[in-house]
Design a protein around this ligand. Structure first.
Ligand code: GRF
Length: 184
């Protein structure tokens, strides 16, 4: 199983996946990390870990089609079996889906189908939810609408926002690794 990871932000899920591959917790081959923002902290993590990465800066491409064609070229160069979106903040367009739908998965911080979109945790908290969920799912053309693979959840009790985020990230890393193992 050949794996590409895509990220836009901090990259903690990327690092967890990468390290799980390095330690053979996941029996797979890490191809590369693709980052769409040149200032993303994920790049620093990749450098620190000695992991291969590519920066494809969205702003340098006049259209989404041209941007995604560049990404597609990288995919085709590595021939991945699985593409893991890990805080990749763009909707995947037809250019990529036409060739790779069914091989792209994502992790989302809610119990989908509840609270899709970028503000999932805030939305769940302001709705007064006592349980926070995490979902891994296949990526389709919608926003967090693809087929669900795995879910987990935890009670927030009297946790602070910081504690909730810390727990959430820890569980995300575990769930992503379990999901990849299951798919293998
Ligand atoms: C995670 O909360 C994930 O669920 C969401 O984006 C965040 C990425 O975190 N899709 P990180 O960049 O992996 O630390």
């Amino acid at each position: 199983m050949r794996i590409i990871v895509m990220a836009s932000g901090s990259g903690s899920n990327f690092a967890a996946i990468y390290q799980a591959i390095q330690t053979r917790q996941i029996e797979a081959e890490f191809c590369t990390l693709i980052v769409d923002k040149p200032d993303a902290y994920a790049i620093k993590r990749a450098q620190g870990l000695g992991a291969s990465y590519h920066i494809v800066d969205y702003k340098e491409y006049p259209t989404k089609i041209e941007y995604e064609t560049m990404i597609l070229n990288i995919f085709n160069q590595y021939q991945p079996d699985l593409i893991c979106l890990a805080g990749y903040m763009k909707i995947v367009g037809a250019t990529i889906l036409n060739q790779y739908e069914g091989k792209i998965i994502n992790i989302h911080p809610s119990l989908l189908p509840s609270y899709p979109g970028k503000t999932a945790l805030d939305d769940a908290l302001s709705a007064g939810e006592q349980e926070i969920g995490i979902t891994t799912h296949y990526v389709d053309s919608g926003v967090d609408t693809g087929k669900i693979i795995k879910q987990t959840k935890f009670m927030i009790g009297d946790m602070s926002r910081e504690q909730i985020e810390e727990r959430l990230h820890k569980l995300e890393h575990q769930l992503y690794i379990e999901t990849i193992k299951e798919l293998i």
